[in-house]
Design a protein around this ligand. Structure first.
Ligand code: CAA
Length: 260
């Protein structure tokens, strides 16, 4: 499939999705939202892909947010519809059976920081810049971004990020727990590959079930989420991969997970 705004490449078990609008700093427009959703639907059912890397084209930007030029003439209804489109995409990403790794080399602003937060792991270069600048535009991160950042990093820091709208460096994002691995710019590709290889080596069944529990924990109350956890744990436990994992430990060898 030829994408207008994306690049897609699979190397072994790792699928790499690149938002490819470098002239607009990879801003998310209607086509990007639609194509990402379609591509993720395809990847979700590809058993060869065990990990997805999400990145932005060029050196300067991961994703500089939603496309502001597209937003200028929108009605309230169109803006709300756009927010639903974004929220559905971020939900779809969280619900992907494979883990997603955001590889962030430059600006991750507004919807760009949000789409990074819809990934499971964030690897960033020390040259990356984060922030929710929406307040400067007379709006706020209304695509689920306010609620999500509050859940991910806690209300005190989240509130300041949303209200002040300032940009902050990757080092600060790392301190906040928003970035999981922080490396010098020249090491970003290698560090991303290392994280992807680690995840690709685990049982796809356990990863899929684990993600469903982490999603439940984000979205549901404690007691209900624990019920989801027990069910998911049971499914992982009866997999061939679990037998392989525990047997390999006892036999002192590396497990070879098959995804069943
Ligand atoms: N939407 C559309 N176009 C964008 C864009 C965006 N979010 N960000 C950058 N661009 C475009 C610029 O308009 C410019 O295009 P032209 O050459 O056609 O003028 C090109 O990308 C390069 O950008 P700059 O010339 O501005 O580059 P810079 O180095 O001077 O500044 C920047 C870089 C600080 C990231 C600046 O571009 C910027 O502030 N961008 C907007 C960031 C932002 O506000 N993001 C939030 C968007 S709203 C949102 O995301 C809504 C939501 O979730 C609910």
């Amino acid at each position: 499939m030829a994408w207008q705004t994306l690049l897609y490449d699979r190397d072994g078990h790792v699928g790499t999705v690149t938002v490819n609008r470098p002239d607009a700093l990879n801003a998310l427009n209607t086509t990007v939202f639609a194509e990402l959703s379609e591509l993720f639907s395809e990847i979700a059912v590809d058993p060869d892909v065990r990990v997805i890397v999400l990145k932005g084209a060029g050196e300067k930007s991961f994703v500089a947010g939603a496309d502001i030029k597209e937003m200028t003439g929108m009605t309230r209804q169109q803006a709300e519809a756009r927010s639903w489109t974004g929220m559905r995409l971020y939900d779809q990403m969280r619900r992907m059976p494979q883990p997603l790794v955001a590889s962030i080399q430059g600006y991750a602003l507004g919807g760009g920081m949000l789409i990074a937060m819809a990934c499971d792991i964030r690897v960033a270069s020390t040259a990356a810049t984060f922030g929710y600048p929406e307040i400067r535009l007379g709006i706020f991160p209304g695509t689920g971004g306010t609620v999500l950042i509050d859940r991910l990093i806690g209300p005190a820091a989240a509130r300041a990020i949303c209200l002040l709208g300032d940009r902050f460096p990757a080092e600060r994002a790392y301190q906040l727990g928003l970035v999981n691995r922080l490396v010098e710019p020249g090491l970003l590709v290698a560090e991303t590959a290392d994280v992807a290889a680690t995840l690709a080596g685990y049982s796809p069944v356990a990863i899929r079930e684990l993600k469903s529990v982490l999603n439940a924990s984000l979205e549901l109350d404690f007691a209900t989420a624990r019920e989801v956890e027990i069910d998911a744990y049971g499914r992982a436990f009866e997999s061939e991969d679990r037998v392989e994992g525990t047997t390999a430990f006892v036999e002192k060898r590396k497990p070879d997970f098959k995804g069943r």
